[in-house]
Design a binder for this molecule. Structure first.
Ligand SMILES: Cc1cc2nc3c(=O)[nH]c(=O)nc-3n(C[C@H](O)[C@H](O)[C@H](O)COP(=O)(O)OP(=O)(O)OC[C@H]3O[C@@H](n4cnc5c(N)ncnc54)[C@H](O)[C@@H]3O)c2cc1C
Length: 397
């Protein structure tokens, strides 16, 4: 059996690439190390799969070259994603902030679309097949070796698509194979790190945070690179929740982040109004208008929660303003690749042709999806990149 392309990885990018290549009459072989395709799609979005975001633009991606992703994202747009899934029986519903989920709430429906189309378009997928090497032969073909049932198998093709994802969640098949292969061919790789990942707090502040475990607060979380307004979640080991996950992609070890615990109101204005009304309420009662009893009690470590607003000193008022609007935290670290939704960094975009994602220096070698230095925000952007890059590659193999 000969193939036009071997696609390494049967995840979001590889599956879309195989289906789209099939629509062009090409023959591909997908090699996937897991015993089923789309393992990450299945658990994504809490098993519901947030498969795109209505407001996707290049601004929702982190990369050394922020405009790189745009080339694939304009070839395969959000409208294309929506139409593709609708034509295959999946209607979307927007949950929040443009995030689209299947109306059935079942990620499995998304994977089933690809399984069906791969069959219909006569593409091959071989499971339990872990690729161990990609070699370019003197005749220009690629020789691909993989382990299958304890034996080494070999196959070859004109093109190879590295769609084997990034490092997050090893038990779902994650590997560094895309980056390793890039380096083997002399291509630059932007250093990788966990992204969309919870942050840990250790040391003297740890018990303050763990006492609040389970509390969720709507906040603005920011540093000098980015700012996000969504919920944060206190946990036994630190901070999580969408706003923290978003900012984690812009955080570097050792740095602080700032939390505005009341993003849309000014606490000094609220105190002024209370004073005008006599100031009989206590600071804790005012804070209780916005936060759980547990959070108000915990804020008592920093603020005079049992003081009447009428008798607050100027210094106290300033401390309240600082604590509520500029609560500064220095995380000890992050929860690592096994708790990260994506990876930052990857194969350097300057090594790839933006329209085709082919390596400029290795004809026939393509990189798509998470292995490339294009990292989306939380909210369906990463799948949109995986579909779009898979589609763009499929137009050229
Ligand atoms: C818990 C969680 C929830 C998420 N939820 C969402 C969401 O709702 N919306 C969203 O947009 N994004 C979400 N993401 C991110 C999204 O899943 C990824 O960005 C996306 O799957 C990347 O697609 P990919 O094809 O590049 O990689 P993957 O989907 O990871 O596919 C790569 C495949 O390659 C295989 N592979 C690796 N090495 C080899 C090898 N050597 N040989 C053979 N096969 C190999 C792997 O087993 C894997 O199946 C989530 C991620 C996680 C971890």
């Amino acid at each position: 059996m000969t193939y036009d392309a071997i696609i390494i990885g049967g995840g979001a990018c590889g599956l879309m690439c195989a289906v789209q290549a099939g629509m062009r009459g090409r023959r591909t072989l997908v090699l996937e190390r897991n015993d089923r395709p789309g393992a990450k799609i299945l658990i994504s979005g809490g098993g519901r799969c947030n498969y795109t975001n209505l407001y996707t633009s290049a601004a929702n991606f982190i990369s050394a070259n922020p405009s790189f992703a745009q080339h694939a994202l304009t070839q395969w747009t959000v409208a294309d994603t929506i139409r593709f899934f609708e034509q295959n029986g999946i209607s979307g519903k927007e949950k929040t902030l443009g995030q689209l989920f299947p109306i059935s709430n079942k990620a499995k429906d998304v994977v089933d679309v690809f399984v069906k189309l791969i069959q219909e378009k006569h593409q091959q997928i071989r499971l339990n097949s872990k690729v161990i090497s990609v070699v370019k032969m003197a005749n220009g073909h690629f020789d691909v070796s993989y382990e299958y049932e304890g034996r080494i198998q070999r196959t070859s093709a004109d093109s190879v698509v590295m769609a084997c994802g990034g490092l997050p969640v090893a038990k779902l098949g994650a590997s560094d194979f895309a980056m390793r292969t890039a380096r083997q061919f002399g291509l630059d790789v932007v250093p990788t790190a966990p992204a969309l990942v919870p942050l840990t707090i250790t040391g003297k502040d740890a018990s303050w945070f763990s006492a609040l475990s389970g509390n969720s607060v709507y906040c603005r979380v920011y540093n000098e690179r980015a700012s996000f307004e969504e919920n944060i979640l206190f946990t036994h080991w630190g901070l999580s929740g969408p706003a923290i996950l978003q900012l984690s992609s812009y955080w570097r070890p050792g740095e602080s982040i700032v939390i505005d615990l009341l993003p849309n109101q000014a606490i000094d204005e609220l105190i002024k109004r209370e004073r005008q009304a006599g100031g009989a309420r206590m600071v804790g009662q005012l804070l209780g208008d916005f936060y759980s009893r547990r959070l108000v009690e915990s804020l008592g470590k920093f603020l005079p929660v049992a003081t009447k607003i009428a008798s607050l000193s100027k210094a106290d008022a300033r401390r309240i303003d600082d604590t509520i609007h500029r609560f500064t935290v220095t995380p000890a670290g992050d929860k690592g690749y096994d708790k990260a939704e994506v990876m930052r960094g990857g194969v350097a975009t300057h090594e790839l042709v933006p329209q085709t994602l082919e390596a400029k220096r290795v004809a026939g070698l393509y990189f798509g999806g998470e292995g490339v230095d294009v990292t989306g925000w939380l909210g369906g952007y990463n799948f949109q990149w995986a579909w779009a890059s898979g589609y763009a590659i499929a137009q050229h193999i």
